[in-house]
Design a protein around this ligand. Structure first.
Ligand code: ADP
Ligand code: MG
Length: 528
């Protein structure tokens, strides 16, 4: 490894196809480490309550303004394979924990930076990898020791968890209101179902109006108005039909011969067409449905006939809404009129069109399978709403995790400082070469409080020293108060995160770093 190998095998001496580029040994390692560190550096300034936003403009000029780690990384068009591995870290973090993506990538980058120093001191990468793995295992243990219980009824703590996740994401002004919505929503679902998964809570966006208009609705919201004002506004104990076929015939293709020579025949054709559509509506009526949600079109004549029959109907629903409705009401999605029967219908206690966040929408509630709640996030412009949506999405994730796992840890760098301290102690017990790697791991975790301080305009070194002192005096909950610039008990200050977010961030960061450290050769095929 270190010291061996030439960077590139000259053409002719290679066993690979012409044009293949080969990089070996230290050069390969340094290239990969540099790429990994660059990804972390790119999002470093977005971490924490005073993190800045990024404006991302894609090749067709669409703009996204965000503070969200995963969104930034996904929008950046990154090519380098090692850099892509770091982005993978963020993706895993997002799907497993729903928050902490920036944290995971920053820790990953710092682990690589520390490893680079050790490699320069001639420590073998596999020893570093081994030390990192040992430290990661220890970190898990320590985290569960410093974690504290979250009681499902402790709404104050749950709200603090939601607020911590939403901090820095353009939600400052409405953070309290949104965290209240999230905790209520999760509570409602959990009360009805016993558990709460992220998918049980639908987040709807509404552009226009102010962010204070955001609200929570018990049920599924469909952002549409009923087809015809003659239809009932509200249906109780509704038998719901979900149709994935159009209630219309194909446009009659009028033959020139007929249309020109015989106008009555056209009349006759149209009448026939109406008759056939009437037959479709009759089938719907015969099934016993009083509410129809159609994924395809419903034409004007059919719409009037449905209204005459007193049926509430919506057309052109999104597939995702149809699936959600199927889950909630227990209805089958019917794709042919031939098989339609009353067995296909589902049940909703109430289907109602009403004004929500200043706009008329349809709410389907008290369904056969309860436990679906919607949060409507509104804001003045598309950019604002989209960023709020990402904040609420993080909030829902963390509250669901806290509900499921019941454990939380202090934020604001407190957990990382506590871990760093304890892992250093553990390292000195291990001794030998791995100790160097374990100590590097401990040092790498301090990148979080340092970055939080830096982004808040504080001196990172002074802050770290103060934090270490506070922890030395047994204050293991002490993290950074970015406004006061002093260590503060984070649990008391309400800066708390689910345990899962931290364990996942540390383990995915370690895995990525270890994977990158074990690579000693890059063989890149020529681009076709
Ligand atoms: P991530 O993508 O990793 O979640 P964030 O930008 O959301 O990145 O920042 C999360 C970090 O900010 C966590 O370490 C969290 O503890 C910290 N944090 C959040 N709110 C506060 C606060 N009010 N005071 C101090 N630190 C905070
Ligand atoms: Mg976050």
């Amino acid at each position: 490894m270190p010291g061996e190998g030439s960077p590139v095998i000259p053409a002719g001496g290679s066993i690979y196809r012409e044009g293949t580029e080969e990089t070996r040994g230290r050069d390969a390692l340094h290239l990969n480490i540099t790429a990994g560190k660059a990804v972390a550096a790119a999002i470093r300034t977005t971490l924490g309550p005073h993190g800045m936003d990024k404006m991302l403009v894609d090749s067709i000029g669409d703009v996204v303004i965000t503070n969200d780690g995963i969104t930034i990384l996904q929008e950046m068009e990154i090519e380098h394979p090692a850099a892509k591995m770091m982005i993978e870290v963020a993706k895993v973090q997002d799907s497993e924990a729903g928050d902490g993506t920036t944290t995971a990538v920053i820790i990953g980058g710092e682990l690589l930076r520390m490893a680079e120093d050790l490699i320069d001191q001639d420590l073998h990468p596999t020893i570093i990898a081994e030390g990192y793995r040992m430290a990661q295992e220890k970190a898990k243990e320590i985290l569960s020791e410093i974690s504290f219980e979250v009681h499902p009824d402790d709404t104050q703590l749950l709200r603090a968890i939601a607020e911590t996740a939403m901090t820095g994401k353009g939600a400052e002004a409405v953070k309290e209101q949104l965290s209240d919505c999230i905790v209520q929503a999760v509570g409602m679902v959990a009360r009805e179902k016993g558990t709460c998964e992220v998918d049980d809570i639908k987040i709807e966006k509404k552009v226009g109006g102010s962010s204070e208009d955001s609200e929570i609705v018990d049920g599924i919201i469909i952002d549409k108005e009923r087809l015809n004002p003659a239809m009932p506004e509200c249906v109780s104990n509704a038998k719901v039909l979900l149709l994935n076929t159009a209630v219309e015939l194909r446009q009659t293709e009028i033959d020139a011969e007929i249309s020109i020579t015989n106008p009555e025949q056209i009349q006759e054709f149209l009448r026939k067409e109406e008759e056939m559509e009437k037959a479709l509506v009759d089938r719907i009526v015969a099934s016993g449905a009083d509410v129809v949600f159609c994924q395809k079109g419903i034409d004007e004549f059919a719409e009037k006939e449905l209204a005459k029959a007193g049926i509430f109907a919506l057309r052109r629903l999104k597939k995702s809404d149809m699936e959600r409705l199927a889950d909630a009401t227990g209805a089958e999605i019917v794709s042919s009129f031939d098989t339609l029967s009353s067995d296909d219908l589902g049940f909703a206690g109430e289907v109602e069109e009403k004004r929500i966040a200043g706009k008329r929408m349809v709410v389907v509630s008290k369904c056969q399978n309860p436990g679906t709640v919607s949060i409507i996030v509104s804001g003045g412009s598309d950019h604002v709403v989209n960023e709020l949506l990402r904040a609420v999405d993080d909030g829902v994730h963390v509250v669901c995790s806290a509900f499921e796992e019941n454990m939380a840890v202090p934020g604001g760098g407190a957990s990382e400082v506590a871990l760093s301290r304890r892992i250093r102690e553990y390292g000195s017990g291990v001794g030998g070469r791995p100790q160097l790697a374990i100590e590097a791991f401990a040092g790498a975790l301090e990148v979080i409080p340092k970055t939080l301080a830096e982004n808040a305009g504080l001196d990172p070194i002074d802050m770290l020293v103060d934090l270490r002192t506070a922890h030395g005096n047994a204050g293991r909950m002490y993290g950074i108060d970015p406004d006061l610039g002093i260590p503060v008990d984070m649990k008391e200050a309400g800066v708390v995160e689910p345990l899962r977010v931290k364990t996942q961030a540390i383990s995915s960061a370690t895995e990525a770093a270890v994977m990158i450290l074990r690579i000693d050769e890059i063989i890149a095929a020529s681009k076709k």
